[in-house]
Design a protein around this ligand. Sequence first.
Ligand code: PGA
Length: 248
Amino acid sequence: MKIIVTKDYAEMSKKAYELIRDVMLAKPNCILGLATGSTPIGLYDNLIAGVKNNEITFKNVKTVNLDEYVNLPRAHKESYFSFMHEKLFNKVDILEENINLPFGAFGDMNKNCDEYNELLGKMRQDIQVLGIGGNGHIGFNEPNTSFKSVTHIVDLTENTRKDNARFFENDVDNVPTQAITMGIQNIMDAKCVIILISGAGKAAAAKAMIEGACDPICPASALQNHKNVIVVIDEAAATLLNKKNLNN
Ligand code: PGA
């Protein structure tokens, strides 16, 4: 793993932008794997600015996203489809037909998973952006998910639903009970993975991912076996890391 420690969130977002920009410039029709959550928003702001400045274009870029809620209409403001449009897609020159997220709005969810998995088989990510959960999850792959997992349905834990209630009129009953997520194997199939980690609340998860056992108890530790992983981590999240592992 290559580990880049940045001063703060803004510098982490800028560094992540530069890495993705370089992929987009080297391969204008690249496939970007994208993530929701608060962590990548600064990166998305930088991507929007990069398009405005004519530094990059999404004209021929295709995207695949990690996950989506089950039984939530795409038009719902809290769907990940809406999140990605609001935070990035509506503000850059991407073609709608080049945007891909798991489909959780309705239908046979097992079939929706299979179809997404098939799509990922044809669309290997040139670079996959990840955040990490405080418990080491990546996408909705919670602790003890098999490293061999592919796109699947996840039952959201009571804790996750309580955490997310603030986005659903503060009523846990409004929070979806399931999600569809890329599996860990789908993430490992990406040619390059960039994982963004910010804030003291993520310090223990970062340590487990980088220095702990490679074990499903910390889903992100699967990345120890990936040949091309770049960790972009701010100082607050890097406090527990062994200094000798920091190569910048
Ligand atoms: P966050 O979520 O970016 O909102 O902290 C990350 C994650 O849970 O994957």
